[in-house]
Design a protein around this ligand. Structure first.
Ligand SMILES: C=CC1=C(C)c2cc3[nH]c(cc4nc(cc5[nH]c(cc1n2)c(C)c5CCC(=O)O)C(CCC(=O)O)=C4C)c(C)c3C=C
Ligand SMILES: [Fe+2]
Ligand SMILES: [Fe+2]
Length: 344
């Protein structure tokens, strides 16, 4: 440890996490709903509400993870991304995965990183668009741990990369391949689907929706298909509150009834998990069929695509200054930056 350390630099890939066994579904849901960034109530109300909401969601969520073989594949998928990124790095840089709501939890990973005592820490969220509920929550947790242990190494945080070419290009090539196939059934309809958020989160200033639209615009521009039929929509709504619209389910139903071949494109996820494999493939695949769509195609996530991993490398190396914060909690001066980056 300390001066003799071999590890000069640590990169922490931040993600939400998912249950790695059926026994973890309950604790995962509780952690999610107990997050101040999700439910901003003072205690003991937040605790009680988190207990209530997570127990109400338990049955549905258990059904989802049962259908995926008894766990979320998110951890394994993120490990593959970690390994692919590690291959581009020198041996003095070590890459960790830290999950906000499941194994391996950020609190535990922070301790491992602190023991290594690297000269520099780079926080790299696996969310292309910044939301207070995802990236914000993960960075806030890291900051709180820095305070708790009074350990403040030189740290940089990437806030978001909604238009990074390493993210956009592989999505565009995959759409192009599928488009040619889908066209045999008529003019394809592109549904660019992102995880939704409660409307009130956006009204409170969350830049997520604006950044999702930037991603969609970048994809459509690069596709450069004349008279392209496309829409942005939002999936995975939970709870009784109104979420941002249009809902993916509604958009899909209307397109299927209008007999359009559908190309479903996840634009806020970078790997496969329940919201792609269960929601988009199983639920919406079935819905598209019953509602009469002549074809339903789902574009895979970027996962370990070499352009994406190179894009992550560029972000962590500071080769891509746009949307990246030069130093944790310091001004980075980008117009599009979320409040997190602007706090000095
Ligand atoms: C862009 C990414 C995500 C945003 C924004 C987000 C906000 C958000 N999510 C919930 C509630 C749930 N999310 C769940 C799982 C889940 N969510 C994301 C991503 C974002 N969430 C991921 C990557 C996962 C993990 C999926 C997996 O491991 O398989 C779940 C659990 C699954 C379920 O019951 O449907 C819930 C619940 C809220 C309330 C919210 C914003 C307020
Ligand atoms: Fe979610
Ligand atoms: Fe920034």
């Amino acid at each position: 440890m300390g001066q003799g350390s071999q590890i000069k630099r640590v990169v922490v890939l931040l993600n939400l996490g998912g249950p790695t066994s059926m026994a973890e579904v309950g604790p995962f849901l509780f952690s999610l709903f107990y997050d101040k960034a999700i439910i901003n109530f003072p205690n003991p109300f937040r605790w009680a509400l988190a207990k209530l909401i997570s127990s109400r969601r338990l049955q549905e969520a258990s059904h989802i993870y049962e259908s995926l073989g008894g766990k979320s594949p998110l951890y394994e998928e993120t490990l593959k991304q970690r390994d692919a990124l590690s291959q581009l790095l020198d041996p003095e840089t070590q890459v960790f995965v830290a999950m906000r709501h499941a194994f391996p939890r950020t609190e535990v990973v922070f301790e491992e990183v602190r023991k290594l005592n690297p000269q520099e820490v780079i926080l790299l969220p696996l969310y292309p668009q910044y939301s207070t509920t995802t990236t914000g929550s993960a960075l806030e947790m890291w900051r709180a741990l820095e305070e708790k242990f009074n350990w403040h190494p030189q740290t940089r945080a990437v806030c978001c990369y909604p238009t990074l070419s390493g993210f956009i290009d592989p999505i565009v090539s995959k759409i192009q391949e599928i488009y040619a196939e889908a066209e045999r059934h008529g003019k394809p309809y592109l549904i660019l689907s992102a995880h939704g958020l409660p409307e009130k989160v956006i009204k409170a200033g969350d830049p997520y929706q604006m950044q999702v639209e930037k991603t969609a615009q970048a994809i459509v521009e690069k596709l450069n298909i004349s008279d392209l039929d496309w829409i942005v929509s939002y999936q995975s709504r939970v709870g009784p509150l109104p979420w941002i619209k249009p809902y993916t389910e509604e958009v899909l139903k209307a397109a299927a009834r209008a007999k359009k071949p559908i190309i479903m494109v996840p634009i806020a996820f970078v790997s496969e998990h329940s919201e792609t494999l269960y929601e988009l493939d199983q639920m919406y695949g079935q819905l598209a069929e019953t509602e009469g769509a002549p074809g339903y195609y789902r574009v895979p996530t970027v996962s370990t695509d070499s352009s994406f991993i190179q894009g992550l490398y560029d972000l962590m190396s500071g080769n891509t200054p746009i949307f990246s914060c030069p130093q944790t909690f310091q001004k980075c001066g980008q117009k599009e930056c979320p409040p997190f980056c602007k706090r000095s």
